[in-house]
Design a protein around this ligand. Structure first.
Ligand code: ATP
Length: 238
């Protein structure tokens, strides 16, 4: 991790109608870090991610690469390397694996580079190579999650936001997905990982934030949170 702050969130508030889902969140992600945001169902994690990607109105300040994202659309931010893999993955079901990967590169013009990157994705995700001409909608949940991550990587993100990549997957696929997150991080991609699987996420992360009822209640190095008695009692069932 360097000292460059890629993402800085200060006093973030987001409301749906009159109801505040995020009530004043501060967090930051530095270049080269893997940061996780954990918390139970409904804590406001997804809402925070949506605000960061420019898809929800908010109060407070969100800076990406030192600039406020206010008024910038999701499109602008993707062009600047801020890319989210949403919960539920959202692959293009009626397109093949290769076509999905090509869509991920829509911000790029370097045809040869795109082709080389598709090969690179097949190196990271061998399962996708085996199925490259299959329609994405016919793959398993875990395979679709891998495709969604590979598609996001095709845009050469500076900051990759992963919203609950392990959700709804079988234990074997959960293992696989966390391995892939670790591999992608090892490639040098900065990651903000939202997870309900607190133990797995904290075990991987440089730093973590714990979110509860719209607020950050604890933060610190991943290992420290993993060993914290309050975190263990509330989120690890121990
Ligand atoms: P989950 O893991 O279930 O996605 P989360 O921590 O990501 O949980 P959010 O999805 O951000 O939580 O939801 C935070 C709160 O905002 C919840 O109380 C939720 O019901 C509410 N909420 C989320 N989306 C909307 C919406 N579109 N309209 C109204 N309320 C919403």
């Amino acid at each position: 991790p360097s000292n460059e702050i890629l993402l800085q969130v200060q006093g973030l508030k987001v409301a749906y109608g009159g109801i505040e889902a995020v009530k004043g969140v501060d967090l930051e992600v530095r270049a080269g870090e893997l940061v996780t945001l954990i918390g139970s169902n409904g804590a406001g994690k997804t809402t925070t991610m949506k605000a960061v990607t420019g898809t929800l109105p908010f109060d407070g300040e969100i800076r990406y690469l030192g600039e406020s994202i206010r008024g910038k659309g999701a499109w602008d931010l993707v062009h600047k390397g801020l890319v989210m893999v949403p919960e539920g993955r959202g692959v293009f079901a009626r397109m093949t694996i290769v076509e999905n990967l090509q869509m991920g590169a829509y911000t790029r013009k370097d045809k040869a580079g795109i082709k080389a990157d598709i090969e690179r994705m097949f190196g990271i995700f061998p399962r996708l190579r085996e199925r490259k001409d299959q329609l994405a909608g016919t793959m398993s949940g875990g395979e679709q999650q891998m495709l969604a991550m590979a598609r996001a990587l095709m845009s050469q993100p500076k900051l990759l936001l992963l919203d609950e990549p392990s959700m709804g997957l079988s234990p074997i696929m959960v293992d696989k997905i966390f391995e892939v997150v670790r591999d992608v991080y090892a490639l040098g991609v900065t990651i903000l990982l939202v997870e309900q699987n607190a133990s797995r996420a904290l075990a991987l992360a440089d730093r973590g934030y714990v979110m509860d009822s719209g607020l950050i209640t604890m933060s610190g190095p991943g290992q420290e949170l993993l060993n914290d008695a309050r975190v263990r009692a509330a989120y690890l069932g121990q």
